[in-house]
Design a protein around this ligand. Sequence first.
Ligand code: FES
Length: 153
Amino acid sequence: MDIELPAVRSNAETVVEEDLPPSTVEYLNYRAIEHNDWDLDDADLFEKAAAADLDERDYGIIEVERDEPLLRAAQRAGLKWPFQCRSATCAMCVGILKSGEADMDMNLFLEDEEIEERNMRLTCVCAPVSDDLQIVVNAIQMPYAREIAQNRG
Ligand code: FES
């Protein structure tokens, strides 16, 4: 008797996050923007940063696995990005995504407008989606971020 087996895709055919190469993440410390009198909205912000001979605390590039939070990858690289709860309930780890895509797997703090219009991301729960991205970190130093951190939750 012939038995019809269900169609099953082998693992080799299934593209999952772990199969993708790490994302290249270029970061810039908000403090360096202030210190150099740059503007967060400068179109060439990261070009200026790359040319400014900043130390790795303020500017650099790290590789981040597709399922790895940006904050954890930064710590693995020896960087000291700010954080507090590590569970998406504060704004201490907030960054501003300037290009590329990065998704949070949870969010108990930011409002939709802050994610969609201001491009804010909680780096403790945010993993890269695109092959490359640029993010301003230590954005808790921004007046707006400080204000919501103090007044919300
Ligand atoms: S450390 Fe609190 S939300 Fe990321």
